[in-house]
Write a protein that binds this ligand. Structure first.
Ligand code: B12
Ligand code: SF4
Length: 622
């Protein structure tokens, strides 16, 4: 189900609203000595190509942003724990400032849900008198908050409240709770009072349990959805990113927390790449993608000046030089993009040009890269060295968003000539053969073309149902999604695009094998030698393609080890299929008792074919 949109004109918060909320909270913070822990769920079984390195060496922006919002609001006693670095962390053993935190927050993507729920369960083992308020949020919670609830009486633990939105929603929740909280009262007790008095119902972007025995760690009877959040339009109103870094727990094998966060001097080794919010939103509407729906068709941005300032502050404080933009499509709006690029190209701090100190990277589309052709030298000048492009299928047989074989080659060669590495992101699907004679349809044919056009890396994922996308339900109802293979259930971590878990192919194991063959075809000793041979010929790219070949070959071995067993299972064992998306654990209602905005059993979009993609004009939120 694609998320519904708020009423036209009501999608965006009034200008200045976020800033005044931050101010109000700062005033309240002095009376509340809050201690919070924010954990980022991560399942280590998902570690493989093409995400090796970026998955653990780039501290995620989501938990850092939430941490920054807490500190900015006056709650400095906050720690961010990444399961990427602290895989044995257990909420039941956490202590900060010598006591059990008041708030335990967990952030999760869909594929890390298993770990997130394990942490929620563990937090519920904390003695009820001390138990923190458990708040969940993050990329999966935005689309399917019900995943953070349990409908199993044998294992009833759930998050107390799920935030389906961003910083503003969390801070609004805190404002209501702190206003109600009695002296010495726990945040959890204050939450249940607020819930029962209806005080949470004016905050769109929450889902909480009602009825039943949730207060004592049992099951609720139903989930209440306060609706779709209002989005922050001017991202300059966000709290300062640099604050989030100072909260990170150092890597360790312990279940407990250290008394202090990681030292600033270690940051550039632990997380050499910094993910940074530049823009949100995309004008396309690919049916397998939840992003346009989530952004309510809005395009949101920080100003160039704010971005430059953030990069400089993070560089100065922690020495980080590489920035990965969390953009959905950075080239979405040429005027806006060039405003940012121009500022980054000309910004100077303490007499040093920013572009000499930092390098940045992000995601764009083929269609918009071609439109930006004349601007690419300026983009490079501003410090950009690589751009990830959603090529999906070059022949546009899977999805049409303005790409074709010729346009893809043109975009890649232009980027390469401008000295920017073009990084392709491809999607393999049932109707694409491994190789096609006399056409460019086959997977290997396209991989070869991309390499010839200068791609130094490769990303090929199998198309997999994505929560919040238009195609989500029909992928299940058409019987494509596997429930079990040889009796082994398909778990959340397998929805990673690297495991074939949805296919109508009579031999789905061939799809699993095709992914590996594509990687082996791209990363191998022959192409390493070729890359070394061309070191001086490749304009501006230098040694990078050779280095990436070495890294890629090691990654291929790791990926084979991780997915080969699944491939064998697909080949020899019986596949059972789902006929509908997994049911919600509990019924979900809107505040008025009607259908809830996040109820994914109510289809709000008619079934779609993959080809029905339209290019909409961007709506720009100022
Ligand atoms: C950068 C990125 C990556 C990087 C991550 C590196 C890193 N360690 O940070 C890399 C390249 C490794 C990556 C890989 C994958 N990614 Co990715 N990625 C992104 C991207 C572009 C930006 C993420 C980001 O930092 N956003 C900015 C932060 C601030 O947003 P946020 O995390 O959502 O947090 C906000 C809210 O959610 C909320 N929030 C977050 N946590 C919490 C917690 C609490 C308690 C509360 C109250 C609120 C809250 O507040 C935050 C601030 O506004 C997003 C798309 C996007 N624009 O967000 C996709 C995205 C996160 N990726 C996605 C996916 C699916 C993947 C892959 C599975 C590949 C694939 N099949 O597409 C792999 C998984 C790899 C792995 N093993 O984990 C999906 C996740 C969908 C889902 N339902 O979970 C997203 C949303 C894209 C999409 N299709 O919609 N990804
Ligand atoms: S181009 Fe398509 S897949 Fe990429 S962000 Fe936009 S809608 Fe999603």
């Amino acid at each position: 189900m694609e998320l519904p949109r708020r009423a036209r004109g009501d999608e965006i918060l009034p200008v200045g609203e976020m800033t005044s909320l931050r101010m109000r909270l700062r005033k309240m913070a002095a009376q509340h000595d809050l201690v919070s822990v924010i954990a980022c769920a991560f399942d280590h079984r998902t570690r493989m190509l093409p995400f090796l390195y970026a998955d653990t060496r780039m501290a995620p922006a989501g938990v850092r942003s939430i941490g920054a919002a807490m500190v900015d609001a006056g709650f400095a006693k906050t720690r961010v724990v990444l399961q990427q670095w602290n895989r044995n962390f257990r909420p039941s053993r956490m202590q900060l400032d010598g006591r059990m935190p008041d708030l335990f927050m967990v952030s999760t993507m869909g594929l890390h849900l298993g770990q997130a729920m394990e942490m929620v369960r563990d937090a519920h083992t904390i003695d009820a008198a001390q138990r923190p308020l458990i708040i969940a949020g993050g990329p999966q919670a935005r689309y399917q908050p019900d995943d953070l609830f349990s409908g199993n009486p044998a294992n009833p633990t759930s998050a107390d409240v799920v935030v389906t939105g961003e910083e503003y929603v969390l801070l609004s929740l805190l404002e209501v709770l702190l206003a109600l909280r009695g002296k010495g009262e726990s945040m959890r007790a204050a939450f249940f009072r607020a819930r029962d008095s209806g005080a949470l119902d004016g905050i769109p972007g929450l889902v909480y349990g009602r009825g039943g025995d949730a207060r004592r760690g049992g099951m609720s009877e139903e989930m209440v959805d306060t609706g779709i959040q209002r989005l922050l339009g001017n991202l300059d109103e966000l709290p300062d990113t640099v604050l989030g870094y100072g909260l990170l727990e150092a890597p360790s094998r312990k279940a407990t927390l250290e008394s202090k966060p990681v030292e600033a001097s270690r940051m550039r080794w632990l997380t050499p790449i910094s993910s940074i919010i530049l823009t949100y939103g995309c004008k396309f509407a690919c049916p397998y993608c939840p992003i346009p729906g989530y952004n309510q068709r809005q395009y949101r941005s920080k100003s160039g000046a704010r971005i430059a300032e953030e990069m400089w502050q993070v560089y100065k404080t922690y020495g980080l030089r590489h920035y990965f933009g969390c953009d959905d499509n950075f080239f979405n709006d040429e005027t806006h993009t060039m405003g940012i690029v121009h500022t980054l190209a000309t910004a100077e701090y303490e007499g040093v040009p920013l572009r000499k100190k930092v390098r940045w990277y992000t995601e764009v589309t083929v269609h918009d890269t071609i439109k930006m052709k004349a601007n690419l030298p300026e983009v490079r000048k501003s410090g950009c060295r690589a751009l990830w492009l959603g090529v999906e299928d070059m022949t546009a047989s899977l999805v049409k968003k303005g790409q074709s074989v010729n346009s893809t080659i043109e975009a890649f060669t232009t980027l390469r000539d401008a000295g920017i590495c073009p990084m392709p992101m491809m999607m393999h699907h049932d109707s694409q053969p491994l190789y096609s004679r006399g056409s460019n349809y086959g997977l290997l044919n396209q991989v070869r073309l991309l390499r010839q056009s200068g791609a130094p890396t490769l990303q090929v994922l199998m198309i997999t149902p994505s929560a919040g996308s238009k195609l989500y339900e029909s992928t299940f109802s058409s019987g494509q999604v596997f429930r079990t293979v040889g009796g082994r259930p398909v778990e959340a971590y397998m929805y990673d695009g690297n495991h074939v878990i949805a296919s109508l192919s009579p031999r789905p194991w061939t799809k699993q094998l095709n992914l590996l063959i594509a990687y082996m075809y791209f990363y191998n000793p022959v192409w390493l030698v070729v890359a070394l041979w061309h070191i001086h010929k490749r304009k501006n790219l230098g040694y990078r393609p050779a280095l990436l070949q070495v890294f890629g070959m090691l990654g291929v071995l790791h990926t084979i080890r991780r997915t080969m067993g699944w491939g064998f299972r697909l080949a020899f064992r019986k596949i059972e299929r789902l006929t509908a998306p997994p049911a919600m654990p509990l019924p979900m209602r809107a505040l008025d008792g009607g259908p809830a905005a996040h109820d994914n059993t109510v289809s709000k979009t008619p079934p779609l074919e993959l080809h029905q993609v339209r290019i909409a004009e961007p709506a720009v939120a100022r």
